[in-house]
Design a protein around this ligand. Structure first.
Ligand code: PPE
Length: 303
């Protein structure tokens, strides 16, 4: 991990190595944290954060679902994120705001635990390995399902949800796959451990619905938006497992993963085992925004 100088903790910028928490923090015992993953890009027009307001809004949604009162306004969080990027002198970086239940009382009831907020930034390259944006990754269908409805809400980006993601990821890596794709509780395609998924067949683009235990991703949103604008048909719908095996193209989306092509699933080749043509078009339009800083949609916040 590339350490940076400072981390913002509860209103102050402190040294990276001083950003510690107590062992009896509620979040460590019960998974009671909510967080975001944001990218700041070095565009041709200067450094810019992608989907800053949207990420802050999703953090708010997560806090509302878990009845966590964030002691800072959206504007204060926005300013704190920008201040942390600036103080660390990053041109581009990954930003991790986290809100967690701290000390006060242990036991499941979180009511008496404090609420703490931190923002860390660090430099982070490609998520699923080198050269993957062009060559694609090999993935498997996980033996683990995604979170069932009415258990852990998938619209909240909560620390606890990532125990499921860790099972999916570790299983995939142990078998030499870059990622695992989880099915939902009904057996339909849901998402990867840290990415949404898109499937293309006969020129039509499909992606699971937001009610299928997925995190409603902003990269997913961007891809749907760009694809429709380019005239592609996009369906948010149920996707059976076998659709993965007969797809022309498959790709994963996420802040960290960006748009990563999938070249094989369970050792079935996808298309001709490299980035497909529609994937390439969508990737090109997405990356063009964050590389050039030309942003017709207002998705970037320049800092
Ligand atoms: N699903 C999950 C489970 C998920 O974690 C992410 C983001 C997405 C979908 C895509 O959402 P979005 O980033 O808004 O397009 N995963 C983040 C964290 C990965 C990690 O910590 O590792 C990310 O991509 O930043």
């Amino acid at each position: 991990m590339n350490k940076s100088e400072k981390i913002w903790m509860n209103g102050e910028l402190i040294n990276w190595s001083d950003a510690k928490i107590h062992i009896l923090s509620h979040a460590i015992h019960y998974g009671s944290s909510i967080f975001e993953g944001i990218r700041c890009y070095e565009t041709a027009k200067g450094s810019a954060v992608l989907f800053l307001d949207e990420h802050i809004k999703r953090l708010r949604d997560s806090s509302k679902i878990y009845r966590i009162e964030i002691p800072y306004s959206e504007q204060e969080l926005r300013e704190a994120i920008i201040a942390t990027i600036k103080v660390n002198a990053h041109k581009s970086c990954y930003v991790r705001p986290i809100v967690y239940r701290g000390q006060g009382a242990l036991g499941v009831n979180p009511a008496r635990a404090s609420i703490e907020v931190a923002i860390a930034t660090w430099e982070w390259g490609t998520y699923l390995g080198e050269d993957v944006l062009e060559n694609g990754v090999d993935v498997r269908v996980s033996s683990w399902n995604r979170l069932s409805p009415n258990t852990l809400p998938s619209w909240a980006k909560a620390g606890g949800n990532y125990l499921n993601s860790q099972l999916i990821k570790m299983e995939a890596l142990m078998d030499d796959y870059a990622e695992g794709l989880a099915l939902d509780h009904n057996g339909y395609v849901s998402e990867g451990s840290g990415e949404n998924i898109f499937v293309i067949r006969n020129g039509v683009i499909y992606t699971p619905m937001t009610a299928q235990s997925i995190l409603p991703g902003f990269t997913r949103y961007a891809v749907i938006h760009i694809a429709r604008e380019l005239g592609y048909e996009v369906h948010e719908t149920l996707i059976p497992r076998e659709a993965l095996y007969v797809a022309d193209e498959v790709f994963l989306t996420g802040t960290a993963a960006e748009i990563t092509p999938v070249r094989s699933i369970d050792k079935y080749p996808v298309g001709n085992e490299k980035r497909g043509p529609i994937t390439e078009v969508l990737q090109h339009h997405y990356l063009k925004i964050v590389q050039t800083g030309e942003d017709p949609y207002n998705w970037l916040t320049f800092i």
